[in-house]
Design a protein around this ligand. Sequence first.
Ligand SMILES: Cc1ncc(COP(=O)(O)O)c(C=O)c1O
Length: 351
Amino acid sequence: MLKPFTDQSSRPSQEPGWDEHLSFGYRETDALWLTRWSAGSGWEPGQLYEHQGATLELSPGANVLHYGQAVFEGLKAHRTREGKIVLFRPADNGRRMRSSAARLAMPAPPIDTFLRAVEAVVRANVRWVPRTGKGSFYIRPVLIGTGEVLGVAPADKYLFFVFGSPAGQYMGGDRVIVLSAAHRAAPHGTGAAKAAGNYAACLRSQKIAKSLGYTDALYLDASENRFIEELSGANFFAILRDGTLVTPQLGSILPGIVRDSILTIAREQFGWLALERKLAIDELLSDAVEAFYTGTAAVLSPVTTINYHGVDHPIGDGKPGPRTQELLQALEGIQLQEQPDPWGWVTEVTL
Ligand SMILES: Cc1ncc(COP(=O)(O)O)c(C=O)c1O
């Protein structure tokens, strides 16, 4: 059930301290935004609904339940020290949703609809955006095929909705494990799309990794089982002995927005040599002095140990490296408007 959102001016303010120890989890806030698409009429204008107690009604025949037409996005709103609410490269999330949707034969909202929905959700939930340094308001746009099917075919109806939850640190651990018998994506598959099914395919590996004491699995390529791809929900980087920053080239990995930002900062702000190329696990283990993973939720976290074939390999001296730290500071400085933003990545939400 969905009830139209009513203005929040009459709502009680939050209990003091609600944002003290935020985890990364689903939490109902005040409002979500939703619109529908049908083959005959295209996108409806869309509107805000109450998030508390919101549920979606789906036909048992909905495509998403059988054939998995589902793509999503993740981005964050931050509260700056000056009290502004800012988004990081939101149009890039809108563009990526469009390319993910195209891969799964789905219609996607135009970028301006995507941005309007994200901003409306932030504006309506502004009391849920944590104080600076306490976390962020994590925004989740989702697109699903709701039209009924029995045979394999695209749906003729879709839902696009956006909700958000206040969130603290995601992942954060610095030990990862290569599970050679599990791949995340294959060449020409769906690895570059933010398709829900990619994440379902990672759950078993993630569970095994955690049960062995690692934060996540580090996937190798499906053709040769030799080249680094990424983690279940983050891109991977290494800094080699000669100072080069290396990250796997695009293809079957998710084109991360933080990945692109780090490459840009490294090249244009720091003047480092930063390459997108194949990185073999053997080269990584013998030549890397620092490693880290990046993502909207994960931000930028050091990797200090990689387990391969049952052996823990320390990266560098087994501690988070200085250049990893430099990149994190530069990224967060831009995201929180504490450093200049030469690429125009940060958008203020007008309240
Ligand atoms: C599989 C995967 N790789 C990489 C990323 C990083 O992408 P972004 O930097 O756009 O958040 C994500 C999402 O955060 C992801 O789910």
